[in-house]
Design a protein around this ligand. Structure first.
Ligand code: DX5
Ligand code: ZN
Length: 217
């Protein structure tokens, strides 16, 4: 399984429609959409209305990564605006039972559900929900900004999630996000990744060529 998910955080918004058209015509099948609230991470990005615009411009799977303090309140609004998948941070929940309740709500809305955490968070805190999610996102940078360097420690985490799914028969996809380029993508794929998120690598260069390169690894 290989899915390329260009992160529109790094898109050149002075040429929005041409860039999205290039992504539509490429080997990418997802669009990664980073929502930041200035509290959970020290940056601000886009709300649901802009997602509606992407939904009109593209038929690709809209993969929404919520880096916000209150995913329970806002996820339904992003679903209404066109999200096909919602990925939330484990740090936003005090207990596993709250996470399970939220995952059930998201599934009732017929979206794919992803879980993630900041690099320093112990994955033990959400191991018990891994059988319930469709995607596990491994953050290979501190969430908040594009253009950071890939943290090698993500590779061990990817291997752990890959072993856990084999061991327990879980069905989630493994996604990696942060510092992905031709080299780090190779390492991540070898470690067990299915979904590559890449922002600056794709959008700061020739969009279709970079997507093609990630596809051909
Ligand atoms: C960072 C975001 C990423 C970001 C990755 O918090 O979650 O999706 O766009 O950007 P690059 O690929 O430039 O590291
Ligand atoms: Zn992201």
């Amino acid at each position: 399984m290989r899915i390329i998910a260009p992160s529109v955080l790094s898109l050149d918004y002075s040429r929005l429609s041409e860039s999205v058209q290039e992504v539509n015509d490429s080997k990418a099948t997802w669009i990664h959409y980073d929502v930041m609230d200035g509290h959970f991470v020290p940056n601000l990005t886009f709300g649901p209305d802009i997602l509606k615009g992407f939904s009109k411009m593209s038929n690709l799977f809209l993969d929404v990564h919520l880096m916000i303090e209150d995913p329970v309140k806002y996820a339904p609004i992003f679903i209404e605006a066109g999200a096909d998948g919602i990925t939330f941070h484990s740090e936003c929940f005090d207990s596993v039972s709250q996470m399970i309740e939220f995952i059930d709500v998201l599934h009732a809305h017929n979206v794919s559900v992803g879980i993630t955490s900041k690099p320093e968070t112990d994955i033990e805190t959400y191991k018990d929900v891994l059988g319930l999610v469709d995607l596990v996102l491994v953050m290979s940078v501190e969430p908040g900004f594009g253009g950071q360097s890939f943290q090698e420690s993500a590779l061990d985490k990817i291997r752990t999630f890959d072993s856990l799914r084999k061991e327990h028969g879980y069905n989630y996809l493994i996604q990696v996000d942060g510092g992905i380029n031709g080299e780090t993508a190779k390492d991540a794929i070898n470690a067990g990744v299915d979904v590559l998120v890449a922002g600056s690598y794709i959008f700061k260069d020739d969009i279709s060529e970079k997507i093609e390169q990630l596809w051909n690894i």
